[in-house]
Design a protein around this ligand. Structure first.
Ligand code: MN
Length: 304
C-alpha cells in the first residue's frame, strides 16, 4: 500500500463558453499533459438562468470524448448522427466524438433555476481519434450507488469500485469516475490502481487529503487525536486536487461532510495538438480537421 500524495491544489476559475455560458474551469488548454488522459474539466453549476440561457449551440468535436454529468436541471442534446434526448438530474452522457460530430447542448434549469453539472474531456489515443462517433446515455437509475457502514456513498459512473461496476464501458482512457459523499469526520482509504493518473474535484463541504509532505495515513489518525500534522486542508467548493503516484487516496471529511468527484484514467502519453473543440496528435491533423470543416468533409459517418 502506498498513499497518493496531493501534489497540487487549485480553484476552478470563472470563464465563458458556448453562447456566453458562465462556468468555472478546473483545468484545460494550458497544460494538456498535466492530467493525461484528461484534457479539460468544467463545472457548470449555476443558479441564475441568465448565466447559462445561451447554452452550447451547434459545434464540432474530433479526437476526444466528452463526459457530461448532470446534478440538477437538464440538458437537451442533438447531434449530426440524428441522436437527440434530454439528460436529467443524475444522468450521464459519454460522447465519443472520434472522427467528428456536430452537436449542441442546451441547458434548462430546474424549478429553482438551478443548472448544475460537470463536463470532462478525455483524450483519445492516435489509433482511435478517427474512430466512429458513439454515444452512451446513462440514466441515473442505472448507476450503482454503494453505501458504506459509516454512511459514505459512492456512485460508480465508470470503472470498478468496492465490487461494483459502472455502466459506461469501452472508453479508451480506461477511466474510474466516482461521485463520493463522506459524512462529517469520517476517514476513508480509497483504492485507485497505480497505473492511473488521479484527481479529485471537491464541490460540497470540505475535508483533508494526505499530502506530499506527510503522505502517511497514520498522521491523519493523529490529527483526529488533536496533534498538529501537515495535511492538505481544503476549504471545499470548486477545489481541484491532483494526486501523485500510489495505490490509494486517503481523505477525511470536515465537520460538514464532503462531496467530491474522484476521477482516474490511464495516461495516453502522446503529443497533443489542440485547438478549441478539436484535439489531435499533430498540427497537420489539426489543419486537416479545420480544412474538413470548411469543405463540409468533417462528418465521416452518416447513420441517418
Ligand atoms: Mn460539446
Amino acid at each position: 500500500m502506498s498513499i497518493r500524495p496531493a501534489v497540487s491544489t487549485s480553484s476552478a476559475t470563472p470563464t465563458r463558453e458556448g453562447a456566453g455560458v458562465h462556468l468555472h474551469r478546473a483545468f484545460g488548454f494550458h497544460e494538456p499533459q498535466a492530467y493525461d488522459p484528461f484534457l479539460l474539466f468544467d463545472d457548470f453549476r449555476n443558479d441564475n438562468p441568465e448565466a447559462y440561457a445561451g447554452g452550447f449551440p451547434w459545434h464540432p468535436h474530433r479526437g476526444i470524448e466528452t463526459i457530461t454529468y448532470v446534478l440538477n436541471g437538464s440538458v437537451e442534446h442533438n447531434d449530426s448522427l440524428g441522436n437527440s434526448g434530454t439528460l436529467g438530474a443524475g444522468d450521464v452522457q459519454w460522447m465519443t466524438a472520434g472522427s467528428g460530430i456536430m452537436h449542441q447542448e442546451m441547458p434548462n434549469g430546474n424549478t429553482r433555476g438551478q443548472m448544475h453539472g460537470f463536463q470532462l474531456w478525455a483524450n483519445l489515443p492516435g489509433s482511435l481519434k478517427m474512430t466512429a462517433p458513439r454515444y452512451q446515455d446513462v440514466e441515473a437509475k442505472e448507476i450503482p450507488e454503494i453505501i458504506d457502514d459509516d454512511g459514505t456513498s459512492v456512485r460508480v459512473i465508470t470503472g470498478e469500485f468496492w465490487g461494483q461496476r459502472g455502466p459506461v464501458d469501452g472508453i479508451a482512457a480506461d477511466p474510474l469516475y466516482l461521485d463520493i459523499s463522506i459524512p462529517r469526520g469520517c476517514r476513508k482509504v480509497l483504492k485507485v490502481d497505480t497505473y492511473r493518473n488521479t484527481f479529485a474535484y471537491i464541490f460540497g463541504g470540505a475535508g483533508k487529503f494526505a499530502d506530499a509532505s506527510s503522505p502517511q495515513g497514520v498522521l491523519l489518525e493523529k490529527e483526529v487525536m488533536g496533534q498538529e500534522v501537515n495535511i492538505r486542508d481544503l476549504s471545499g467548493n470548486r477545489t481541484l486536487v491532483n494526486f501523485g503516484t500510489g495505490d490509494e487516496v486517503v481523505v477525511q471529511a470536515g465537520p460538514d461532510g464532503m462531496r467530491f468527484l474522484l476521477i482516474a484514467g490511464s495516461p495516453i502519453k502522446e503529443p497533443v495538438a489542440w485547438h478549441g473543440p478539436i484535439v489531435m496528435n499533430t498540427r497537420e491533423e489539426l489543419h486537416q480537421a479545420f480544412a474538413d470543416l470548411r469543405n463540409d468533409q468533417f462528418i465521416k459517418t452518416q447513420d441517418h
